[in-house]
Design a protein around this ligand. Structure first.
Ligand code: PEP
Ligand code: MN
Length: 362
C-alpha cells in the first residue's frame, strides 16, 4: 500500500501519517519526489483500514499495490479448482461445461417432477429449485421452505439428479446443506457475512451469485469469506448487474467470465435467466456464456411459465429448453469443450453429443 501525499502537504502532515503507522507497528518508508512525497508501507498491508488514512490532512490518495484477494486468487493457487460430485461429475477446469436447470421456485410435486423428467431426458444432471425465496416484496410467494426441500429430495432421487437450492438464513445452512448438492447464495445475500461464514463450515459446494451492484473484487472477497472458513468448494455465478440500461432486467456482464478466469482459480458459471429476465434471450446468452469460457450455465425452466409463482417471464418453456440444449451442444463442439449431456440409458461416465460422436470423460 502506498500513501500519496498532496503537493501542498507539509512536513507535519507527512510525519503525522508515519506516526499513525508506526503506532500500529507498521513499518513505512518515505519516497521524496520532485513535487510530491509518497509514504510506502513495507510488509503486509491487508489489515490496514484505508479509509482511516484517506481523510488525514495532506493525504491525496491511498493505493493498494497488492490485491486483497488471497485464497481465491490465481496467484495463491495457479491450478483451476475442480469440484467433484459423488458419481465423479465435475465442474471447473477442463471438465465438460454443465447445465443446471429447473424452476425458479419449487411450487408443487407435479411441477417439479415434470421439470425433472424434462431435464433428465435432455441429459442434464443438476436440478435447481428455490425452497427459500428472496423476494423483493414481502407479499410475493416466499417458497415452500423445508417442505420444498423434501420435494427436491424425493424428485431428485427418482431421476438421479443433483440438487441446487438456495439458503437465506445462517441458521438454516447446516439443514439446507443436508438436502443440497450445491448450496446457492442468492445475489442479494452476496454480502451477508454471517451467512458466508456459516457456509465456510459446511462440506458442500457453494454457488455464490454476484450481487447486482457488486464489483468483481467485492464478489471475490465474498468468496474469500467462505474459503477462509475452510470450505474450498466455491463456484461463482455471474447473474447480471444493474446498469443504466432498462431494456432487460439486468445487464449480463459476460466479460466477468474471462476476467474471473484470470484473477481466480474458482469455477464460474453464468445465469442468463436472472440477468435478462426474458425467456426469448436466455438461449442466446447461454450460448455466448459457454463461448466466453464459462464452466456452465444455470437456467430457469417451467412446465407452465405463465402460471409460475416467481420469475415466469424468464422461465423457458419445455420446447425452448430442448432447443437450447441442442444449440449448446453445437457450441460445445465448436469450442472443443463438450457440454455434459448424459444419455439416460448409458453409463454415467459418458458425454453424449448429438451432433458428434459419443465422447468419454477422462
Ligand atoms: C434465483 O436463483 O431464483 C434467484 C433469486 O437468483 P438471484 O439471487 O440471482 O436473483
Ligand atoms: Mn428466479
Amino acid at each position: 500500500m502506498i500513501i500519496i501525499m498532496h503537493k501542498s502537504a507539509g512536513e507535519a502532515d507527512i510525519t503525522h501519517v508515519e506516526k499513525i503507522l508506526s503506532n500500529q507497528g507498521i513499518h513505512s518508508e518515505r519516497l521524496i519526489g520532485e513535487k510530491q512525497t509518497v509514504v510506502g508501507i513495507i510488509g503486509a498491508s491487508h489489515g490496514i483500514d484505508i479509509s482511516a488514512f484517506t481523510s488525514l490532512p495532506g493525504v491525496q490518495e491511498v493505493v493498494r499495490v497488492n490485491s486483497p484477494i488471497k485464497l481465491a486468487s490465481r496467484g495463491a493457487h495457479p491450478e483451476d479448482t475442480v469440484i467433484t460430485f459423488s458419481d465423479g461429475t465435475r465442474i471447473g477446469g477442463d471438465a465438460p461445461s454443465v447445465v443446471i436447470a429447473g424452476p425458479c421456485s419449487v411450487e408443487s410435486e407435479d411441477q417439479l417432477r415434470r421439470t425433472a423428467e424434462l431435464i433428465r431426458k435432455n441429459g442434464v444432471r443438476f436440478l435447481r429449485g428455490g425452497a427459500f425465496k428472496p423476494r423483493t416484496s414481502p407479499y410475493s410467494f416466499q417458497g415452500l421452505g423445508f417442505d420444498g426441500l423434501e420435494l427436491l429430495k424425493k424428485v431428485s432421487e427418482e431421476f438421479g439428479l443433483f440438487i441446487v437450492t438456495e439458503v437465506m438464513e445462517p441458521a438454516h445452512a447446516p439443514r439446507v446443506a443436508e438436502f443440497a448438492d450445491i448450496v446457492q447464495v442468492g445475489a442479494r445475500n452476496m454480502q451477508n457475512f454471517p451467512l458466508l461464514r456459516q457456509l465456510g463450515n459446511i462440506n458442500k459446494p457453494v454457488l455464490l451469485k454476484r450481487g447486482p451492484a457488486s464489483t468483481i473484487e467485492e464478489w471475490l472477497l465474498a468468496a474469500e469469506y467462505i474459503l477462509s472458513g475452510g470450505n474450498d468448494q466455491v463456484i461463482l455465478c455471474e447473474r447480471g448487474i444493474r446498469t443504466f440500461e432498462p431494456a432487460l432486467r439486468y445487464t449480463l456482464d459476460l466479460s466477468a467470465v474471462p476476467t474471473i478466469k484470470q484473477l481466480s482459480h474458482l469455477p464460474i458459471i453464468v445465469d442468463p435467466s436472472h440477468a435478462t429476465g426474458k425467456r426469448e434471450v436466455v438461449s442466446s446468452m447461454s450460448r455466448a456464456a459457454l463461448a466466453a469460457g464459462s464452466d456452465g450455465i444455470i437456467v430457469e425452466v417451467h412446465p407452465d411459465p405463465l402460471r409460475a409463482l416467481s420469475d415466469g417471464a424468464q422461465a423457458l418453456t419445455f420446447d425452448m429448453f430442448e432447443e437450447m440444449m441442442s444449440e449448446l451442444v453445437r457450441i460445445g463442439d465448436a469450442i472443443d469443450r463438450p457440454v455434459l449431456v448424459e444419455s439416460f440409458n448409458r453409463g454415467k461416465s459418458e458425454v453424449r453429443s448429438p451432433m458428434s460422436e459419443v465422447r468419454k470423460i477422462v
